[in-house]
Design a protein around this ligand. Structure first.
Ligand code: ATP
Ligand code: MG
Length: 319
């Protein structure tokens, strides 16, 4: 079926990025809940059509359980809209931002997240010939079944070009070679190993609950870029994670792109293989994703309630 705006009933806003908004919608003809992403672009119809055609490749692609399903794309005026699978627990950044007594993501859960992410990235590359280009915790989504899936991968070269990436935001996951411009940020020369760097950085952020570079570095974007190029790469805390977990992350965060592990190597690594064994185990050795997820969701609720209370207090007329 073809999607259009008339068939979508808008629900709550799920989040807002640098380039647009994501809204929960109900596709009334089918009763399917979807996530609608709106990207504002100032483009002519020919360019918009080209983008829609490129996005439609996703329709024909074989699906993977580690990337979000794509339902279709359309444009209205100069906005591109695309509908994807709704992931009801949101993105991982919102679940690991500790401040309410959380103790960090347990190693077995982290391994499951890391393994799923690598499988998603490997699928994109092997089956679709696509390099993600925007690996970061806000683009790793989770649902109530504990499934972890990637979204926002660079399928459309035309869309990439049209979204002026002038706003790099206050936290960058860009690999050193992309910052220093040794490889130009163009479709042809962006290599798959740049995604491996972003993956390593994202896994540390998910583990420790904050962007891995020190706060001094991210208050000032230029200082941050300099730090990424000049300093040693961040590491997992060795007191909380096994040598295998730390080694896995370190093999992603090698500053020279050619030195980084490949997806195949990352999957064969002991850190992920241990998780595979648990996933296949028939005894009680399974990873308690549901237990971790329900705790993380409770902390998130508590945080939201706390912020709302602060806002209400600030807005209340003083007696
Ligand atoms: P950027 O603009 O730099 O890409 P971002 O990834 O946070 O940052 P968006 O892609 O616009 O920005 O997404 C905004 C938020 O919406 C995300 O952080 C995520 O929490 C939520 N979101 C995105 N896609 C989905 C989805 N399919 N299901 C549920 N929530 C989603
Ligand atoms: Mg996103």
């Amino acid at each position: 079926f073809r999607l259009n705006m008339e068939d979508l009933e808008r629900g709550e806003e799920l989040g807002r990025g640098n380039y647009g908004t994501v809204t929960k919608v109900l596709h009334t003809p089918t009763g399917v809940t979807m996530a609608l992403k709106e990207i504002r672009l100032e483009l002519d119809n020919a360019k918009l059509n080209a983008i829609i055609m490129e996005l439609d490749i996703l329709h024909r692609a074989a699906s993977s359980s580690h990337i979000v399903d794509f339902y279709g794309a359309f444009f209205v005026e100069t906005c591109v809209y695309y509908c994807m699978e709704y992931m009801d627990c949101g993105s991982l950044d919102t679940l690991v931002n500790f401040s309410f007594g959380e103790t960090g993501v347990p190693e077995d859960v982290l391994a499951r997240i890391a393994g799923s992410t690598v499988k998603g990235l490997k699928f994109l590359k092997d089956e679709l010939g696509v390099i993600h280009r925007d690996v970061k915790p806000t683009n790793v989504l989770i649902n109530n079944r504990g499934q972890i899936k990637l979204c926002d991968f660079g399928v459309s070269g035309q869309l990439e070009k049209s979204i002026a990436k002038t706003n790099i935001g206050c936290q960058t996951y860009m690999a050193p070679e992309r910052i220093s411009g040794e490889h130009q940020n163009t479709v042809g020369t962006y290599t798959v190993s740049s995604d491996v760097w972003s993956l390593g950085l994202s896994i540390i952020e998910i583990a420790i609950g904050r962007y891995p570079y020190p706060p001094e570095a991210y208050s000032n974007i230029l200082a941050q870029l300099k730090t990424i190029i000049q300093d040693d790469a961040p590491t997992l805390p060795t007191d909380r994670y096994s040598p295998e977990a730390c080694d896995w992350v370190a093999s992603c965060l090698v500053k020279v792109p050619d030195g980084r592990a490949t997806y195949a190597e990352l999957l064969e690594h002991e850190f992920i293989q241990r998780d595979e064994a648990k996933a296949n185990a028939e005894n009680g050795d399974a990873v308690d994703m549901a237990g971790w997820l329900s705790k993380a969701l409770q902390f998130r609720e508590a945080k939201i309630a706390h912020v709302q209370a602060l806002a209400a207090a600030a807005l209340a007329p003083s007696a």
